[in-house]
Design a protein around this ligand. Structure first.
Ligand SMILES: [Zn+2]
Length: 258
């Protein structure tokens, strides 16, 4: 699919799509929304007074993952992150003057002191932990009370930390376990809101499961052939779990792997 004239119209974490979960074309929106037909790609929020055009619907972005190709998701992901960044950098963080978008770069520029603010990504480590030949550690997120889904240990890298240190610290904090043989697997940009997920695999080295209750409501080692509900296809967690439990290879290109 060409990326020409696509419209990314957001409302919070939802996107306007048609009945087949595809993005509308800019020109098809012109009668309902404020768009100029010369726009090639637009990305903006649905304005409070704008109706949802007929035939379109707002769908949570995470849900679109299952209908979209990886490259469609990546384009949307870039649009989401840039929009979110613009929204959060309307003023200069040095002097408070309203900023302006740079003409050619992704930067918000201060007209008074010329300070430039660029988009940032938050590195976040995610780890698939195995024990022996046939067990995987899966954990249930405490914040998602209605879900029965078990995922992987993940968390943000702190200032001054290596990725491997972040893997060790998050695992100790959340489930109280020690790790060995920490190895990089792959990465995935994840626009909720602006993360770079960096995937590792590691082996259990010792310790008893001790849960950090505000983060994790349950965690256990599961046999590879007796997995509970796991994260949806398209997420890096799903690919990581498939990799260790079913030997799905990690491609050179992470995108092909997902
Ligand atoms: Zn300034």
């Amino acid at each position: 699919m060409s990326n020409l004239s696509l419209a990314y119209i957001f409302q919070q974490q939802q996107l306007l799509v048609d009945q087949d979960f595809q993005l509308p074309r800019v020109e098809s929106l012109a009668s309902d929304l404020q768009v100029s037909s010369g726009d090639q790609v637009i990305a903006r929020d649905l304005l409070p007074n704008e109706p949802i055009p007929e035939g379109l619907q707002l769908v949570p972005i995470r849900q679109l993952l299952q209908y979209w190709t990886t490259s469609q998701f990546e384009q949307a992901s870039r649009a989401i992150q840039l929009l979110e960044w613009r929204r959060n950098h309307r003023f200069c963080s040095h002097c408070g003057t309203p900023t302006q978008p740079h003409a050619t770069e992704h930067a918000m520029v201060c007209p008074a002191c010329h300070y430039r603010q660029y988009p940032r990504v938050q590195p976040c480590v995610i780890t698939v932990i195995t024990r022996g030949e046939d067990e995987i550690l899966l954990a249930k997120n405490a914040r998602n009370k209605t879900s029965q889904m078990y995922g992987l240990i993940a968390g943000f890298v702190e200032v001054g930390e290596t990725l491997e240190e972040a893997v060790r610290r998050e695992t100790e904090e959340e489930v109280g376990l020690k790790l060995k043989n920490i190895q990089y697997l792959a990465s995935q940009p994840w626009p909720f809101p602006s993360n770079l997920m960096i995937a590792f695999k590691a082996e259990y080295a010792g310790g008893d499961l001790k849960l950090q209750e505000e983060e994790i409501s349950d965690a256990a080692f599961f046999k590879f052939d007796q997995l509970p509900e796991i994260p949806f296809k398209g997420s890096i967690a799903h690919a990581m779990i498939m990799h260790v439990t079913q030997g799905q290879p990690v491609a050179d290109d992470t995108k092909a792997w997902l």
